[in-house]
Design a protein around this ligand. Structure first.
Ligand SMILES: [Ca+2]
Length: 163
C-alpha cells in the first residue's frame, strides 16, 4: 500500500508530459532575429551581438542582402525586448504601388510587434492575420516608414508587407 502514492506521483509526471519545473524555468531566449524574405531563412539569438555572428555565419545563395526594415517587440524602437531584422535581396522600389517584399506568416513573431522602422526606399504595412488579411496598420492600402506604436495592432500583427 505504501507504494501506491509513489507510483501515483510518477504516473502524474508521465501523464503531464512536461515536468512541473519546466514551466517554472524561463525558456532560452532568442529575441534577436533576422529573416531573409527571399529565402525565408530565420536566424535568432539571445543577444544582438550573437545575432550578428549567427547571421554572418548562415549560408545564403545571395551574399549581399539589404536591411529593409526592423520590427521591434517593444514600442518606440526599444531594442531591449528584441527585434526582427528583415532582409531582402534588394532595396524597395521608390513606388508605393507595388509589394517589394512580404512575410505571410510572422510565426514566432506573430502578435508581438509593437513598433517598426523601414530603411532605404521601403515602407511597411502590418496585418492582423497571416496572409495579409484582417485589420492593417497604418491601413489596408497605406504605408508607413516608421511606426513608434501600432494602435490596435499592437502585439496583434501576424503578417507584413514592404513597398
Ligand atoms: Ca510587443
Amino acid at each position: 500500500m505504501r507504494l501506491i502514492p509513489a507510483l501515483a506521483a510518477g504516473a502524474i509526471l508521465v501523464a503531464g508530459g512536461i515536468p512541473a519545473y519546466a514551466t517554472d524555468t524561463a525558456p532560452p531566449t532568442a529575441d534577436y532575429c533576422s529573416i531573409d524574405v527571399s529565402q525565408q531563412t530565420l536566424v535568432c539569438s539571445g543577444s544582438a551581438a550573437g545575432l550578428a555572428t549567427a547571421w554572418t555565419a548562415t549560408p545564403r545563395t545571395q551574399l549581399t542582402q539589404v536591411l529593409i526594415a526592423r520590427l521591434y517587440d517593444a514600442a518606440d524602437y526599444d531594442t531591449s525586448a528584441g527585434y526582427l531584422n528583415v532582409y531582402a535581396d534588394s532595396d524597395c522600389t521608390s513606388s508605393g504601388s507595388n509589394i517589394d517584399a512580404s512575410i505571410s506568416n510572422l510565426g514566432a513573431w506573430s502578435d508581438r510587434v509593437s513598433s517598426f522602422a523601414s530603411y532605404g526606399n521601403c515602407a511597411t504595412r502590418l496585418w492582423a492575420n497571416t496572409g495579409f488579411s484582417g485589420a492593417a496598420y497604418p491601413s489596408s492600402t497605406g504605408w508607413l516608414v516608421d511606426g513608434t506604436s501600432l494602435g490596435t495592432l499592437n502585439n496583434a500583427a501576424s503578417s507584413a508587407q514592404f513597398s
